[in-house]
Design a protein around this ligand. Sequence first.
Ligand code: PLP
Length: 294
Amino acid sequence: MTSRTVDEALGAAVFFKCENFQRTGSFKFRGALNAVSSLEPESRARGVIAFSSGNHAQAVALAARLLGTDATIVMPTDAPASKMAATLGYGARVVTYDRYRENREDIARRLADERGATVIPPFDHPAVIAGQGTAAAELIGEAGSLDALFVCLGGGGLLSGSALAAKALSPGCKVYGVEPAAGNDGQLSFRQGSIVRIEVPTTIADGAQTQALGQHTFDIIRRDVADIFTASDAELIDCMRFFVTRMKIVVEPTGCLGFAGARGLGRSLAGRRVGIIISGGNVDDRRLTDLFDV
Ligand SMILES: *Cc1c(COP(=O)(O)O)cnc(C)c1O
């Protein structure tokens, strides 16, 4: 999508890649589908496991269903009912755990051992990274070469995949990650040259509350990303409001990070061709109106 208002505000030609329209409502479906379809047929037949209460759960559930295998999703007992219902709706089995007393990775590992199923991680896996990179590949394929590309950053699957795609298809394009100001572990890691781990950050960007980049994602980001910026919750709400009122699209708080980062640079992007990845649109109606009320 494009917006004349955004082009005028930034003095740039801006192209939005709208993964809020992707199946399951976020780009996570790309990595999940690529990872599940990359498994050898025998291991694929034994099923897949994910531990997540967010977009990755729904993505793995749908990928497994489309590829004819079983998905088990490990979720905390207090996960939002809407997320649990969506995951069950895609045909996955949901196993719940007490987040204060049990460790989800131990549970997933035990299920994997019992059944021979494969854990599909949310970001730190080559097939997941490659899948996530197809969003930027499609954007460049359609919009043409770019001078800059802004990408939402959590654990770095989307950013590292985007950086690889841009390097191959639009050499010279500067790729920027944008993460919540409350949890800038990616920015600290990038500047310091080693992975920094933080406490779970308090932010409305629930898809980017990761505590640390992965080893694969960090290595690619360090090599191929130009810089990492941050955005405050207030800036994210402002972007959500802009998307709804001006572009008529619903974007979840985390999905606004890329646009917030580009807006933060203002006129320094003038004259450039700029890509922005909108990473997802999963926000329930009640939360949307609550956020607009503050
Ligand atoms: C997972 C997610 C992100 C962060 O992606 P990473 O690959 O973990 O960096 C951003 N936006 C949305 C909507 C997500 O679901």
